[in-house]
Design a protein. Sequence first.
Length: 240
Amino acid sequence: MTSATPTIAKTAVVTGGSRGLGRAITAALADAGWRIVIDGRDGLTVTSAARAISGRTGAEVVAVPGDVTEPAHRAALVAAATAGGHRIDLLVNNAGGLGPSPRPALADFPLDALADLFEVNVVAPLGLVQQALPSLVAAGGTIVNVTSDAGVEPYEGWGGYGATKAALDHLGRILAAEHPELRVLTIDPGDMRTKMHQDAFPGEDISDRPRPDESVPGLLRLLESDVPSGRYRVAYVDAM
């Protein structure tokens, strides 16, 4: 008798995977048997999240603490994901920033803060795509860019953040055109009860917003479907 070839788990990289939507996505992928590499700037938090999810599901969850705006950290994420001959089947660009809080009007928006926001919300995701691209192409993989309706709607006070998300949306469209062998999904999860959303509304009660894990089933349905590259809103997935 010959022994069966061991099954190699699909590998995902989820930035900002230690809390909020990123952690919810990581937990759902782990439940589905994926191997996941996550990051976060707080080493204790990201390590604890990886240990908790791995312990509950039995999946391999690798924590790589660090800041996604740093090239060396992006290289470390890809190295961890491709260790042992794995390929990157899924890259989720979830990590991002809000900018100043309370949210200033564009006329008062500090330009250095705007530059920092573009760095984390646009430059860093593209930098990670560039680093991961050879492995993604080899796997015929999928890129998910987490966006917001602020990137398409002119909400007062959301100009800086919305401009970065509009740029990320268009970046996804160009990547899809340049790499038809990949799927590039730009996904708007809708309002959520997260720390970043709370920071956007300091002192306000946001308990009426859905928990991050409530957006994940729709996001997973998009991943598991054969929908082409494009922009999708999780709230509309059931109607597709």
